[in-house]
Design a protein around this ligand. Structure first.
Ligand code: G4P
Length: 197
């Protein structure tokens, strides 16, 4: 998606060879017009997948997934990272997610009221790195007896193992921007030729 790639190039900041900061339009300040276009693109990519619910994880997954769910005409559910006082093991599905970036394990939860057998769930997230968040959401869908209709990612760091792990499990993944490398302070996308001087 060219508009997203342009935003990454012009407004993203490479913090290290592993981390891209996109606080300007995705992770802190949200570019609502860009997120609307992102949502439309996901809706187009998954329009034949029979999606009944969109599922994400708080907090940065909410903006793109909201726009996608709105475009598809489905509800959006976000998995919570902090236990709600109104949810417990009998009322919620839970999955443990390890974050390599933060080096901590979180238990993410979704109320049993909102996903059920027969649902076709589209998982949307802002970043795909090692795939743990997406796997946790797939686990929750499976515990609910639902089918994962696909996985949509705004920014994929293709030099990490997330895509490979998810593909090996047979999931249909669509990433709107695929980053091959963040070396030397430069973003290089997967489908771009490497220029040598
Ligand atoms: P994984 O789910 O693919 O295994 O990723 P990982 O544990 O490494 O990532 C943990 C958190 O860090 C996630 O956000 C993820 O979106 C984010 N993240 C991973 N790589 C990058 C990066 O290069 N840049 C930025 N900006 N974020 C990255 P989170 O903890 O769920 O945060 P939030 O959604 O509450 O903002």
């Amino acid at each position: 998606m060219d508009r997203l790639k342009q935003a990454i190039q012009e407004r993203g900041l490479v913090l290290s060879s592993g981390v891209l900061k996109v606080d300007q339009f995705l992770n802190h300040q949200i570019d609502t017009a860009l997120m609307s276009a992102v949502g439309e693109e996901f809706a187009h990519l998954f329009e034949e997948s029979g999606v009944t619910k969109v599922l994400t994880i708080e907090s940065s997954g909410i903006a793109p997934s909201f726009m996608c769910a709105h475009a598809l005409g489905t509800p959006l559910i976000f998995a919570r990272k902090k236990k709600s006082v109104t949810m417990n093991e009998t009322t919620a599905y839970a999955s443990r997610v390890y974050s390599f970036t933060k080096q901590e394990t979180l238990e993410v939860t979704v109320s049993k009221d909102f996903i059920s057998e027969g649902d076709r769930v589209l998982i949307i997230d802002d970043f795909l790195a090692n795939g743990r968040a997406a796997l946790g959401l797939c686990d929750i869908a499976s515990k609910a007896g639902a089918t994962v209709a696909g996985i949509g990612i705004v920014i994929e760091k293709s030099f990490q193992e997330g895509r490979q792990i998810l593909e090996e499990k047979g999931y249909h993944i669509e990433s709107l921007a695929r980053i091959a490398s963040l070396e030397n302070g430069t973003v290089r996308f997967v489908d771009e030729p490497v220029h040598s001087n």
